[in-house]
Design a binder for this molecule. Structure first.
Ligand code: NDP
Length: 452
């Protein structure tokens, strides 16, 4: 009989934690898990899932407009924010229950409350002190805002999902995933939107053609993107309006100011020091390729490790950890060629290297690029372009980067990610038959690389 209450105790029931707990239990481990908020974590409760539902809602405004070119007469469209939020909340409740069911069906014992490490084998949750042979930290991250005067008048994505009303005028600060996605959501639903970003183009780190294309398309939709600016102060007036002071001397008035300026690992009150777990300044917990911290029986997966902060990566890390520690099949996590998408309007999806980074890693390249009007817009009349790009290593012919901006980009790139991850060459792309008429066929029919 083990001297511990559990073989594994997981702190945090988000994507990574729940996956690890379930898989470990499936391998026969006795597993406990605790959650301070709602089971499901950022992705399900206040991230990917509700965001995508809001993004769907925001697309309808253009669908109604586009319908006219196809012979439809659509009456005056009206939008109810409260109905959308109510329906979204119902779906999140359903998913929360699904997650709870997944845990109980696999025999995982759930503790409601914040978990605090007491030492390397004990966790306190409320009045309970629980011991475990192995501990997994899967506490995720939380939004971060710069400490400027008046920042308390602003919101983050956490609150954006529960606003009482759709903003009339929104200022979204940041140029990353969340800022671009919410700029598109608010704009599509009818808010006036300014997006203020400190850099020279939104979506730093993405391929330059992706950044330029998506920014141009977002502007066409009416999003006022201001580059090279920082918000230095917020002042709230008696009528509820907020004035944002920018460091170029300009001011922006808005009823909602949302900071999407990054997320930080959730390690507050976790007792890392008491357990001897090292963390970097800012909270990130360094781990090896088996997700092990500096303490041999304590592991960490997901955003708290700040490796690649995406739900499917946390799932992959949690699964690999459970298989390695409890399934008798140790395997490191492979973080190469992870596809990702930004659900901006239009969306972006990408796998592999940007042209700039590929040059550093792979030397000489062939670049294939196509910018075209999607077939739908020949009749809708909408002035929106799709951009597709392949980055190919000249010496091997390997496709090392694939980028799409435009309708259905995430659905298209998911399939192509298999090819890129498998190291397929441009020649193998060329041998693949296109599906006609689609936009995706462009990725197997581009024949002439860009010159010089
Ligand atoms: P990102 O890291 O993507 O973007 C943060 C943005 O805030 C950047 O534009 C950054 O600028 C800016 N910023 C940072 N600090 C400051 C500051 N002090 N003042 C002004 N601007 C600042 O973070 P997000 O919050 O958008 O998202 C967090 C993570 O969540 C993402 O990295 C992603 O991994 C994940 N995510 C994934 C989604 C998806 O898969 N679709 C959706 C949403 C989130 P700069 O570029 O100059 O550093």
């Amino acid at each position: 009989m083990s001297k511990f209450d559990f073989d594994l105790f997981v702190i945090g029931a988000g994507s990574g934690g729940v996956r690890a707990a379930r898989i470990a239990a499936g391998h026969g481990a006795r597993v406990g898990i605790c959650e301070a908020s709602r089971v499901g974590g950022t992705c399900v409760i206040r991230g990917c899932v509700p965001k995508k539902l809001l993004s769907y809602a925001a697309h309808f405004s253009e669908e109604f407009e586009d319908a006219a070119g196809f012979g439809w007469e659509v009456g005056e469209a009206r939008f109810s924010w409260s109905r959308l939020i109510e329906n979204k909340d119902r779906e999140i409740d359903r998913l929360n229950k699904v997650y709870l069911g997944l845990l109980s069906d696999s025999g995982v014992v759930l503790y409601d409350g914040h978990g605090k490490l007491l030492d390397s084998h004990r966790v306190q949750v409320g009045d309970d002190i629980i011991s475990a042979e192995k501990i997994l930290i899967a506490t995720g991250g939380r939004p971060w805002k710069p400490e400027i005067p008046g920042v308390e008048h602003s919101i983050t994505s956490d609150e954006a999902f529960h606003l009482e009303a759709l903003p009339g005028k929104a200022l979204v600060v940041g140029g990353g995933f969340i800022a671009c996605e919410f700029a598109g959501i608010f704009n599509g639903l009818g808010s006036e939107v300014v997006q203020a970003y400190r850099g020279d183009q939104i979506l730093r780190g993405f391929d330059q053609d992706v950044r330029d294309t998506v920014a141009a398309e977002m502007k066409k939709k009416g999003i006022d993107i201001r580059l090279g600016v920082n918000v230095t102060e917020l002042t709230r007036h008696a009528d509820g309006l907020i004035t944002a002071q920018l460091d170029d001397g300009s001011e922006i008035q808005a009823d909602t100011v949302m900071f999407a300026t990054g997320r930080v690992p959730n390690v507050r009150g976790l007792g890392l020091l008491d357990a001897g777990v090292h963390a970097k300044p800012g909270g990130m917990i360094p781990v090896n390729e088996y997700s092990c911290t500096n303490v041999p029986n304590i592991f960490a997966v997901g955003d708290v490790t700040n490796r690649v902060n995406l739900t499917p990566v946390a799932l992959m890390e949690g699964h690999a950890f459970a298989d390695s520690e409890f399934g008798g099949s140790p395997r490191p996590v492979n973080h190469g060629f992870i596809p990702s998408a930004v659900f901006s309007h239009p969306p972006v999806a990408t796998v592999g290297f940007s042209e700039k980074d590929a040059k550093i890693h792979y030397g000489e390249l062939d670049i294939y690029k196509s910018v075209f009007k999607p077939m739908k817009h020949t009749l809708s009349g909408r002035d929106e372009k799709t951009m597709m790009k392949l980055v190919v290593q000249k010496s091997s012919g390997k496709v090392v980067g694939l980028h799409v901006v435009g309708m259905d980009a995430p659905e298209i790139v998911q399939g192509f990610a298999v090819a890129i991850k498998s190291g397929l060459t441009k020649q193998q792309f060329d041998r693949t038959t296109g599906i006609h008429p689609t936009a995706a066929e462009e990725l197997v029919t581009m024949r002439v690389p860009l010159q010089g």
